[in-house]
Design a binder for this molecule. Structure first.
Ligand code: FAD
Ligand code: MLT
Ligand code: ZN
Length: 475
């Protein structure tokens, strides 16, 4: 049967579209090398018609499908189950930019378009696509839409959901739903696009998207600033927004423990301040007006803050190279943490004003329950999104004997703190396979039930990414 399935898939995608030999690990192991899966076949379609034919075949044979983009997911949604008998449908070869419309500020891109390629295409017509994250050289449009990614630009432009006009999707029965007209207003009943954004491949396969572009920025300013406590960072953000409004493009909070880990694990990356502070923020301002004088204005605001004792120290970048160094430090946290130890990364969201209280309670709970763990914080502060990381350093006594149990226990402990603070346990990384239990445990029953009903309405055979979002009974 496996041979017969391969033969029929090869008929659809051609021999080059089917991965049979060689190193398949990039399709079967997650980015952090934590989850290893198996698949009956790995296919790389080139067109929407090929995706539709693959899905029709899988539906007729009841074979599960795992849609996959850059495979950079933090919640393991793009990796098949181990011992699984499903098909990985990797969209990498569907990477055409179908349309660029400067006046309408629209780009229509296929699902496999890598985020940096989209940035370049937008720049080519004097526009920008404002989603930015550490994995932008690998993550793809279909994956970013399906996980409703956030990143550093969400503060100004919102997460991926706010950047989508419409989608082309292959449904679980092989039919194609297409809405690429990019209308700014369209009230023809329910907006079906939104079901697929953040659905993590459980309702269909996104094959293309009409996306929103924004004016390109011609003035910018970047700073690396230390503050005594997260409260001060929030106050600084408010003052920046009062003065610069939409020019505040990114505002990221880092704990000193995180800056130290980056410095220790990646010695080429240095803290721009003389000593590693307890807390630092990385700021990016940008404006379409080249005369906006952002650097001078940021410097004078930071001078006022220093004089008033509300910030402790700071550096405003004198060049784009120096600004790049600040952001390299910020975007290297995941790589550095992987080298440093077993980091249990939480993806919490609370109301922006509640971040300091959440951080205090979460750190206290971690110290009490897991005294071996080092609290590490990376936060998209302006979105109320905190990656609270319980770091069990390799060079200390850690939980090597029971890493999965420890990770689960930390997860429950800190997610409960998020809920106590009126928050969410999944801000931008989704549920994937990682948080299936937490989704059930922490969802109000009526919400969970409605999601199950939506899943079975779209995908009655349950072939689309089983075990993502919801458990599957394997008896
Ligand atoms: P994948 O990992 O391949 O897939 C993600 C999910 O979408 C899976 O459930 C998969 O089944 C589904 N999927 C993929 N393609 C399709 C498709 N065409 N149709 C339907 N379903 C599909 N995330 C953030 O939000 N903010 C960050 O700041 C951030 N920083 C990161 C930094 C690093 C260094 C790394 C490694 C990851 C980071 N991430 C971040 C997580 C990750 O990059 C994002 O979740 C991204 O959206 C995943 O894109 P991808 O193409 O790799 O998708
Ligand atoms: C980030 O903000 O850097 C990411 O979401 C990745 C991570 O949490 O490690
Ligand atoms: Zn993040």
């Amino acid at each position: 049967m496996a041979d017969e399935l391969h033969r029929r898939l090869a008929e659809i995608v051609g021999p080059k579209g089917l991965v049979v030999d060689g190193d398949t690990s990039r399709y079967l192991i997650d980015w952090r090398d934590r989850i290893h899966g198996d698949a009956r076949a790995i296919v790389l379609p080139r067109s929407t018609e090929q995706v539709a034919a693959i899905v029709s075949l899988a539906a007729s044979e009841n074979v599960p499908i795992v849609p996959q983009g850059g495979n950079t997911s933090m919640s393991y949604g793009s990796v098949p189950h181990s011992g699984d008998s499903g098909i990985v449908v990797n969209l990498s070869r569907m990477n055409a930019i179908r349309e660029l419309d400067r006046e309408g500020s629209v780009v229509v891109a296929e699902a496999g378009t890598v985020l940096t390629s989209l940035h370049d295409a937008a720049e080519g017509i004097g526009r920008q696509f404002p989603l930015h994250l550490g994995a932008e050289g690998t993550a793809q449009i279909g994956g970013l839409i399906s996980s409703n990614a956030g990143g550093t630009g969400a503060l100004r432009y919102g997460p991926m959901r706010d950047l989508v006009f419409g989608l082309e999707v292959v449904m679980p029965d092989g039919k194609v739903l297409s809405d690429l007209s990019a209308l700014r207003k369209d009230n023809r009943g329910y907006n079906l696009n939104h079901f697929f954004i953040g659905a993590e491949g459980t309702l269909g396969i996104v094959t293309a998207a009409a996306l929103k572009l924004h004016p390109a920025l011609h003035a910018d300013a970047d700073a690396f600033v230390s503050v005594e406590r997260p409260e001060m960072a929030l106050e600084l953000l408010a003052r920046l927004q009062d003065r610069f409004d939409t020019a505040v493009q990114a505002f990221e909070l880092l704990s000193g423990s995180q800056i130290e880990i980056v410095g220790n694990m990646l010695p080429d990356i240095r803290c721009p301040l003389e000593t590693v502070p307890d807390w630092a923020v990385v700021i990016h301002l940008g404006d379409p007006d080249p005369e906006a004088r952002l650097r001078d204005r940021l410097e004078s605001l930071l001078e006022e803050e220093l004089t008033a004792g509300r910030v402790l120290d700071g550096v405003v970048a004198r060049s784009s190279t120096q600004a790049g160094e600040f952001w390299k430090l910020r975007h290297s946290v995941t790589e550095a943490n992987l080298k440093a130890g077993m980091g249990v990364t939480l993806d919490i969201s609370v109301r922006v004003s509640a971040v300091p209280a959440f951080l205090a309670t979460a750190s206290e709970a971690l110290r009490r329950e897991f005294p071996d763990a080092l609290p590490v914080v990376v936060s998209h502060l302006g979105d109320g999104n905190v990656h609270f990381i319980a770091m069990f350093l390799f060079d200390r006594d850690g939980p090597e004997r029971h890493p999965m149990e420890t990770a689960d226990a930390v997860q429950v402990l800190i997610n409960d703190v998020a809920i106590e603070h009126g928050g969410s346990f999944s801000a931008e990384h989704g549920i994937g396979r990682k948080l299936v239990g937490e989704l059930k445990r922490l969802s109000p029953p009526e919400r969970y039930d409605m999601m199950l009903r939506i899943k079975s309405l779209f995908d009655p055979k349950g072939i689309m990414n089983p075990e993502v979002l919801f458990p599957v009974d394997r008896r």
